[in-house]
Design a protein around this ligand. Structure first.
Ligand code: F0G
Length: 382
């Protein structure tokens, strides 16, 4: 018998390691994963921590953590022989699904809230060839709509309610532990929207503990934007309470502008099991934290920066110890939302409701004449 993991017809022998794929021809990959773990001393100081590391999912092929799940979801769609796949998205899932579906020869159909996703993400969907439907409704309303349509039209749904995507997102935690030589951090901090990622991370960590790969669970801290914080509010009520949806969620961090997160029961279980917490942060706190991550030379999209803002708040509130070993997951690339960045640095960023965001760490570009003397004078003066 040869020692190849494939049998004569190219089928993977070790079913226990491939719980759903039995034919490697079905694998759809754009070489996702292997994202860096970056030390960020400046951000640590800002948050009041001795040190912090960012696991940066923005280094993925389409610039977000969605790719880790989409490789699995798209592979399952191929395995099932589906022709069309669909999702509703605040932008990153649609960008990722568009890319993976097109790479696999499937037709991607995406549903997005009209006028409410960043141009970077919309542009990706168009470029990757997705049939793009901008619906006059918010994320939560469109999700209900798409669940009905998918059944009626026989389209395979690749939202985070798709269990294969959640299985794929678990790999982010496995990778992280491998990078740390299986040393468990005290805290893992992530932004919370629809809460699929929280449920994936929690499941991965529990399973690694059951398998003996790690000896304890890190605590999960989930951070939401103040105007879209139904999960935070749930954790402020007595145990056993149900989530109350926010009817009109508002935040400039459009990736997490979700009022009725579908995965809340699973996410709650994971937060409780890990001894974790849920926190909420303001638009101003997100904007300033984002600028600080930028000053580390790292950068991220607004939703990702909720992590650092939340950590700062939790350190100030003595929930996270300043000596703690903290990993924050940056979920999306800095170039996802350049409009937000430009507005912040030029003092034009307005929070929902019209309140001006203070550009505490603003960096104004300067227009100069084509004149060496005047440019030299300007640079010498500052
Ligand atoms: N960060 C970014 C950059 C995201 O795009 C999302 C979710 C989250 C955090 C929250 O993750 O939903 O698992 O709690 N984006 C989804 C989308 C909703 O459609 O792209 P979650």
């Amino acid at each position: 018998m040869s020692n190849t993991p494939l049998d004569q017809s190219g089928v993977w022998r070790y079913r226990e390691f491939y719980p759903f794929l039995n034919d490697l021809k079905h694998v759809v990959t754009l070489r996702e994963g292997n994202t860096p773990l970056l030390d960020a001393p400046l951000a640590a100081r800002y948050a009041g921590l001795k040190r912090i590391a960012f696991k940066h999912q923005g280094f993925n092929p389409t610039g977000s953590f969605k790719d880790n799940g989409m490789t699995c979801g798209a592979s399952q769609a191929v395995r099932l022989g589906m022709g069309r796949v669909a999702c509703v998205s605040t932008g990153n899932t649609s960008a990722s699904m568009a890319a993976y579906a097109s790479a696999a020869g499937l037709q991607p159909v995406i549903f997005i809230p009209h006028g409410n996703i960043s141009y970077g993400k919309l542009a990706q969907a168009l470029e990757y060839g997705a049939r793009t439907l901008q619906v006059e409704a918010n994320f939560d309303q469109i999700l209900a709509l798409v669940r009905v349509l998918a059944g009626r039209l026989g389209i395979y749904l690749l939202n985070s309610i798709n269990p294969f995507r959640i299985e794929g997102q678990k790999s982010i935690m496995v990778e992280l532990m491998d990078q740390r030589d299986w040393r468990v951090p005290d805290w893992i901090v992530l932004p919370g929207g629809n809460l699929g990622n929280t449920s994936a991370f929690g499941k991965a960590l529990r399973e690694m503990k059951e398998m003996g790969l790690i000896d304890r669970l890190p605590r999960l801290a989930v951070i939401q934007a103040e105007g879209a914080a139904p999960f935070y509010e749930l954790t402020q009520r007595p145990a056993g309470a149900r989530l109350e949806a926010v009817g009109n969620p508002e935040t400039l961090a459009t990736a997490i502008k979700i009022g009725d997160p579908v995965s809340w029961p699973k996410a709650l279980r994971e937060v409780v099991t890990s001894g974790g917490v849920v926190e909420k942060v303001s638009e101003q706190e997100i904007a300033d934290a984002k600028a600080q991550i930028g000053l580390c030379g790292i950068g991220c999209e607004p939703a990702s920066a909720a992590t650092l803002a939340g950590i700062r708040k939790l350190v100030a509130g003595r929930v996270i110890d300043s000596e703690a070993d903290v990993v924050a997951v940056l979920t999306g690339n800095v170039l996802k939302d350049p409009d937000y960045i430009y507005r912040y640095h030029t003092g034009q960023l307005e929070a929902p409701g019209g309140r001006q965001i203070q550009s505490a760490f603003g960096n104004q570009p300067v227009v100069v004449p084509n004149d060496a003397d005047r440019i030299a004078a300007l640079l010498e003066a500052t």
